[in-house]
Structures are given as structure tokens and as C-alpha cells.
Design a protein around this ligand. Structure first.
Ligand SMILES: [Zn+2]
Ligand SMILES: [Zn+2]
Length: 799
């Protein structure tokens, strides 16, 4: 029988996911000799044996790969044959250049959960149980290649039993780097945050995790050391505890995430379809936004998600969570361990000082968190999972590059200002960082700086080009400019909404050479090219450039930043821009809205508007939502988080009315033109809405009519624009939907259905957030496309 040998290089998510032992087992099965090792490129497999067995191995490899692995590419070369007695072994990791994928943290697998609840098992109730199919990865890693010595487990020497499992290729824990047990691993402790000693015996006969459960049941607030950061927990059915947590955390209305011990309990509180159940129970274990049931076993406190019609639920994702919630008969609030908008604490000392005023007890351990990784957030819209915050469980999985980008230079993009992420783009793929947060907060800014340096070191990534937003005041733009100047690197700034559309094209694998699409980018505010603020844009765009085809009507942002915090300012600006105050006062004087606005300092506001002081024009769809929400009394006086009005307006929609009401009752919008540029004009919408307010029409009906009308006009606008840019053969251009406004499920589904119904091919987001969390990917792709096309570095390249 003829012998042959092959060298296989496997690229993708193949380290830290049990790939080497799986290959060992596969080689045993096929009777092959050789070795498997990690190196900077991924996994390297040298096999030798009968030619048919080698071919079978190659065929079986993709199917045999372990559950957390993702293979991007397998390359094969010929190799030296090996002596007949060579055997097959797992080689130690090489220390060559590390450009390989680092795995995301994964929720406890079923086998590990069964083990911690098995009284006869060695790891009964051990809170740090994990195996090659589950456990911490990104949050504990310090260096690559991924090995125990390169993680925060380096301080824990394995006991003989763990070492035996670690060394046994047939064991589920073969080469599981964070392997640990009661004897040798990290330990849990429950302490009072005021420093006083406490006795666990008074609370439980079991252990610290169970004692913490008793404290939750008694209505206490606990800080818990999770995978990628500290979390704050309390019983979600105890109104006093939830309200106290809101007050102490200084989080007024932004919804809290919930955790329940199992799927059955989540189903008792919400409607969960098949896809949602799969998301909840998957290895990423994100927070999933779900529709609440009206009848529940024990009602949740109103303060969990005030004014909303969704609940964000997740399942336990660590053994510690499982142990903590085992006896908990109701959901708990499980929110990030921080005060208001700061990043969540990850270091023990920091957690104690920052959370002491909020939590009474701290459930902590001695396995340090190396890196903050927030909980991911996802919802299902139009039958697909859509990530709204991409972090734990998803990042840093690399996204494949669309066709045509192979020759790209290495690009580091800095993202936006809110929901910041950054992106490392190279011919190997696009690595989008986990969600970092709002850079207006200095702690988050410092965090971004550290995470960025970390990622570049990790992946030995030396950028050849930097990319950022056009907005000169974004901290991310300033950071990019500083770095570009210091390192002498070229910098490409891209327009905010163009970057949204490029991100959407990129995640859908649209080729670099594909014809331009109609990009519909709707969000709060982004920096436009004409000195105005944009935020409701229709672009004719490909990766390299765009042309603005239309927008929402520009309306003054009264008081600039203040208009985001005080949504009524948008209502007032809209009234002045449309009918004028005098006309409004004459027709709608009996409205509560009129009384409210009349009591504002109108003379001052009017002076600002007339002279354009601190009142830039903004074609923002997000601010239109704010204006409408405030008009009907939702988040009118002030918004405690960005987009609160839009979120509460969506929650208010009367779903019955949305489905069945006569189409003619949808609010009307017109599409006139200024200087050849069509725009969405809301004047008639406002007249109809104020009329409804006069008639005491329920808010749910008003919200439904607004959503329907807005959805209709967006579809109509795209149809009109498509006629102008259609190809010579009359083929319709494709459409890409992006921007934070599309987090609104009702509007998104309506626009998507409307466009699909008209025959458009529509690209939407799923893996990459439609909000500013996706900008970094778009910026990097724009930079790459412009480089590949040899476009100059300044100016505004148009398609
Ligand atoms: Zn496991
Ligand atoms: Zn051990």
C-alpha cells in the first residue's frame, strides 16, 4: 500500500476550542502518524500513513471539528514521510508570530452543568468547572498562543487529578487550558462590601454561592464577578430591591437585563420561539429581547423595564451563575456592575470601591478578569437573529472579507463615539472588537485605549492605514489623528452613514466590484459633508464612495446636545419649522403639549433658531422619533438614555391597529425637493398627529399610525430614487438598511417587507449591529476599497 504525507494548515477559530485533541482522535481513528500543533497561523497538522487514510482524514476534518471551532480555510502542502514507529502526538504551541483567532468565551456546556450538580462527581458544586467545549477564553487570555501560562490561570498549578485529565487525549478536558477543581483551582468567597466579616453558616449549609442565593431571596443587592466583568444582581420580583438598585446605580429608566435559572422559567414570563430558544441556550448565551406574557407566576417589578414591551433575558453562562440560581424560583436582575454610563468593573479593588455604595455583598473569586467583555444583546426581527450589542460569546470571532478585498492593507479603524467598537482589518478577515461603550465617559475612553493596544499586541497587528469617522469632535477621531501623526500613518476618514452602509454590505459579503446600492441609513446624528448634521440619509453607495440621493427634512437641533437630553426641544423645533408657533397655538391651544411648550423660554429658543445659535440643522430620523414621542408625552421633559423616546414609542404601538387598521389612516408624509434633492417632509404627518391628540386618540393608535406612515414613505422614497439610478437594463438596484433606527423592530420589518414586496433585494444586518457598534467595520472596508482603487486620501470620492 502506498504511503503519503501531508501538511495541513487550518485557519479560523481553531485555538482554545479543543481542536488539537479532536485531530488526535481523528488521526487515531484513521491509523495515521504525525503531529498537531498550534502556531501563530492557526493549527498545523502533519499526517503520514496509507494514501487512502490520509485522504479520508482530510475529508473528515471539517465535519469532525469541535463545537466551538470555525474553520475559515484549510491549506494543504506535501510533507516529509515519518518513520513507521512515529505515532501521533500533540506538539507544544509554537511561539511564532501570533495572528491567529482567539476564541470567544462560551457558556457552560451541558456535561459540565450536569457535573456540578452531581453529588458524586469530583467537581460537585465547583463554580469554575469548564472543559474544551466551554468556559472562559477572551476574558482570561493575556498572550497568544492560547495556553494556560498565557491566561489568568497561570497562578494555579494543576493537581494530579486535573493534570491526568489534561493529559488524556480521550478526556473532555484534554488540553482544556482553564481546567480546575476544588483542590487546585480558583476559590469563591462571599464578602460584605463594607468590609465587615460575615458568616456563611447563618445563610446556608452548602457554600458561598448558595448563601448568595439566600441573600437574593431576602431582597439584597449583590455584586457578582462574572466572566467579563462584575454584575449587579437582585430579585427581579421584589419592587423595593429593583427600585433601590436603580437609584444607587443612577440608572433612571434604561431597562435591566434578567437572568433565569432555566428556559422553562423564561418561558413562564415571555413568549420564546424556536430561534430565540436556540439563541438563549447557545454557547454565546446572549441577552435576548423577548415579548412578555401578560399572565406570569409572580409579577416582575415595574422598574425592571419601565415603559417597554420587551424583556431582556439570558440564561446562566457560568457554573457560578448555575449554582447561584439553582434554588431561585424567579428571575433576577443581572445588570452590569457600574454606575450610570461607566464601563463595568473588572478588577477586584476597583469593584470594591465602585460598587460598595450599590451592593451590600460581593460574590468574588481569585481568577482575575483580564479583559472587560460585556453581555451581548440580540433580538429576532423578520425571522433572523440581529445582534444589537456584539460582545461576550461573539467577539472576537473574525468576519470573513467580501470578495475583492484580498489585497487590502492592514487597517485599524477607530469606530464612532457611542457604542464604540474598533476593527482590525487584514487579508485574513475583519476582527471587530467587543462592544466598548460611549467614549464620552473618560473611563470608557481609557478602556478603549487599553483594549486597542491589547488587540494589536495580541494579533501582532501593525496597521498600515488608520480609519475613523469624519466628525472632528469624536474622541475616536482624535485618537486616530493623534496616532496617525505620531506613527506617520495615512488616515482615511469616512462619512458616518456611508460607513453604516459599507458595514451592511460587508457583512452580507457583497463584492468590492458589485454595483452601488441604495443605502438607507437612519440614526440619531452623524457628521455630514455639507457642514450640517445628517441622520436620515438615502445614499447611492458602494464601498469606495457614495452620492447623497435624499434625506429627511433638516430641522434645527435646538441647543445641539441639549436636544438629545431634552426631547421636547425637537418637538418645538419641528413645530417652528413646519406650521410655526402662532398657527400651532391657534389650532391646538387646548393640548397638554401646548401648555407644556408655552411654559418653556420660547423667546430665547426663537432667538436661537432665528440666529442659528447652537441650533445646527439635522436631517435626523432619530430626532424625528424623539419629537413625536415627546409630542405624545413619552420621554418629553428629558431622556435618561439615548433614543429613549423612540424605544418607548415603539413599545406603545397598538399592535392590533398596526395589523388591521385602514392603510389610509397611516400618517401622510410628502417627498418634495430642495435644490434637486428629495426629502421626507413631515408637515402633514404633524397635522394629522395633532388632530389625533385633539380627539384624545390613544397613544398606541398614534404610535401605530406614525410607524406605518414612516415605513410607507421610506419605501416610497427608495422606489422613487431607484427609478433615477436604475441600471441601463432597468434592473432595480439592491437596497441596504442600516443605522440605529432599524433597531426598531416594527419599522424595520415594515420597511423590509415593503421593499421586498416591490421586488428589491435588501441587505440587512445580523452578525454586525446596525447601530454605531458596526461603524468600525464600515470605516475599515471603505478605507480598504479606496486604497485598492487607488483613490486619493482627501476629499469626497463619489461613485
Ligand atoms: Zn464543559
Ligand atoms: Zn484540580
Amino acid at each position: 500500500m502506498s504511503e503519503t504525507a501531508a501538511l495541513l494548515r487550518v485557519r479560523g477559530l481553531v485555538q482554545g476550542v479543543g481542536f488539537r485533541p479532536t485531530m488526535w482522535r481523528l488521526a487515531q481513528r484513521h491509523g495515521l502518524r504525525g503531529s498537531v500543533s498550534n502556531d501563530g497561523e492557526g493549527v498545523r497538522i502533519h499526517i503520514c500513513g496509507p494514501a487512502t487514510a490520509v485522504e479520508d482524514f482530510v475529508v473528515d476534518l471539517p465535519r469532525a471539528s469541535p463545537p466551538l471551532a470555525r474553520i475559515d480555510r484549510i491549506e494543504r502542502e506535501s510533507a516529509a514521510t515519518l518513520p513507521a514507529d512515529a505515532g501521533f502526538h500533540i506538539a507544544a504551541s509554537g511561539h511564532s508570530v501570533a495572528r491567529t483567532a482567539v476564541a470567544a468565551d462560551a457558556a457552560s456546556c451541558a456535561a459540565c452543568v450536569a457535573e456540578i450538580f452531581d453529588p458524586c462527581a469530583r467537581r460537585y458544586r465547583y463554580p469554575f468547572t469548564n472543559c474544551t467545549h466551554c468556559g472562559p477564553r477572551l476574558s482570561i487570555i493575556r498572550e497568544v498562543p492560547y495556553d494556560r501560562a498565557a491566561t489568568s490561570m497561570r497562578g494555579f498549578a494543576m493537581c494530579a487529578d486535573c493534570a491526568a485529565e489534561y493529559g488524556d487525549p480521550a478526556d473532555r478536558r484534554f488540553h482544556a487550558q482553564p481546567i480546575a477543581c476544588h483542590v487546585c483551582g480558583p476559590r469563591l468567597q462571599l464578602v460584605r462590601t463594607d468590609g465587615r466579616v460575615m458568616s456563611v453558616e447563618a445563610l446556608t449549609a452548602l457554600d458561598a454561592a448558595d448563601a448568595a442565593c439566600t441573600l437574593l431571596q431576602r431582597g439584597h443587592i449583590l455584586a457578582i464577578q462574572g466572566v467579563g466583568g462584575y454584575q449587579l444582581a437582585c430579585d427581579a420580583t421584589q419592587a423595593a430591591a429593583v427600585t433601590r438598585l436603580r437609584a444607587l446605580k443612577q440608572r433612571e429608566r434604561k431597562p435591566f437585563a434578567l437572568m433565569a435559572r432555566d428556559l422553562a422559567m423564561i418561558r413562564a414570563y415571555t413568549e420564546v420561539d424556536e430561534l430565540e430558544a436556540a439563541l438563549l441556550a447557545g454557547a454565546a448565551a446572549p441577552i435576548v429581547l423577548l415579548a412578555p406574557k401578560s399572565a406570569t407566576p409572580r409579577p416582575l417589578a415595574d422598574a425592571v423595564a419601565p415603559g417597554l414591551r420587551t424583556l431582556g433575558f439570558m440564561l446562566p453562562n457560568t457554573p457560578l451563575h448555575h449554582l447561584l440560581l439553582k434554588r431561585m424560583q424567579r428571575p433576577v436582575v443581572m445588570t452590569s456592575g457600574n454606575r450610570s454610563d461607566e464601563p463595568q468593573a473588572i478588577a477586584a479593588a476597583d469593584a470594591r470601591s465602585r460598587l460598595a455604595g450599590i451592593a451590600e455583598y460581593l460574590l468574588e473569586h481569585d481568577r482575575p478578569i483580564e479583559r472587560r467583555v460585556d453581555d451581548s444583546l440580540v433580538h429576532v426581527a423578520a425571522g433572523r437573529a440581529r445582534l444589537l450589542r456584539r460582545a461576550r460569546g461573539y467577539a472576537p470571532a473574525a468576519l470573513p472579507l467580501p470578495p475583492g478585498f484580498v489585497g487590502t492593507p492592514r487597517i485599524l479603524s477607530y469606530g464612532g463615539e457611542l457604542k464604540n467598537t474598533f476593527c482590525l482589518l487584514s487579508p485574513d478577515g475583519a476582527l471587530l472588537s467587543p462592544h466598548i461603550g460611549d467614549l464620552q465617559d473618560p473611563l470608557t475612553r481609557a478602556d478603549q485605549h487599553a483594549l486597542l493596544a491589547d488587540a494589536c499586541r495580541f494579533f501582532a497587528f501593525e496597521p498600515q492605514l488608520l480609519a475613523c469617522d469624519l466628525h472632528p469632535d469624536y474622541s475616536s477621531t482624535q485618537a486616530a489623528r493623534t496616532r496617525a501623526a505620531q506613527a506617520g500613518l495615512p488616515l482615511r476618514a469616512s462619512q458616518h452613514h456611508h460607513a453604516h452602509i459599507a458595514a451592511c454590505l460587508g457583512e452580507n459579503g457583497v463584492a468590492l466590484a458589485a454595483p452601488p446600492v441604495i443605502g438607507v441609513a437612519l440614526d440619531g446624528i452623524g457628521y455630514g459633508l455639507d457642514g450640517q448634521l445628517w441622520g436620515g440619509e438615502f445614499l447611492h453607495a458602494d464601498y469606495a464612495g457614495y452620492r447623497r440621493l435624499g434625506s429627511f427634512k433638516p430641522v434645527a437641533l435646538l441647543g445641539a446636545e441639549a436636544a438629545v437630553r431634552e426631547p421636547w426641544r425637537n418637538t418645538y423645533a419641528h413645530i417652528q419649522a413646519q406650521m410655526g408657533w402662532a398657527s400651532f397655538a391657534m389650532n391646538y391651544a387646548e393640548l397638554d403639549l401646548h401648555r407644556f411648550l408655552a411654559a418653556r423660554p420660547r423667546a430665547l429658543l426663537d432667538a436661537m433658531l432665528q440666529r442659528g445659535i447652537n441650533s445646527p440643522l439635522a436631517s435626523s430620523c432619530g430626532r424625528l422619533f424623539d419629537a413625536v414621542a415627546a409630542a405624545v408625552g413619552l420621554a418629553r421633559e428629558h431622556a435618561s438614555y439615548e433614543g429613549q423616546g423612540a424605544v418607548e414609542l415603539e413599545a406603545a404601538v397598538d399592535l392590533e391597529c398596526l395589523r388591521h387598521e385602514d392603510e389610509r389612516l397611516s400618517y401622510p408624509f410628502a417627498i418634495p425637493q430642495i435644490a434637486g434633492l428629495p426629502y421626507i417632509e413631515p408637515l402633514s404627518m404633524w397635522a394629522a398627529l395633532f388632530g389625533d391628540l385633539l380627539l384624545d386618540t390613544p397613544i398606541g393608535v398614534i404610535a401605530a399610525r406614525f410607524h406605518r406612515g414612516l415605513g410607507n414613505v421610506i419605501v416610497r422614497m427608495v422606489e422613487q430614487l431607484a427609478a433615477g439610478v436604475a441600471a441601463g437594463d432597468g434592473a432595480l438596484p439592491a437596497v441596504a438598511l442600516s443605522g440605529g433606527v432599524f433597531q426598531n423592530r416594527i419599522l424595520f420589518e415594515r420597511v423590509l417587507a415593503g421593499l421586498t414586496g416591490k421586488g428589491f433585494r435588501v441587505f440587512t444586518h445580523s452578525e454586525v449591529p446596525c447601530n454605531d457598534g458596526g461603524l468600525a467595520l464600515g470605516q475599515a472596508l471603505i478605507g480598504a476599497a479606496q486604497e485598492l482603487r487607488g483613490l486619493p486620501h482627501r476629499g469626497d470620492p463619489c461613485v
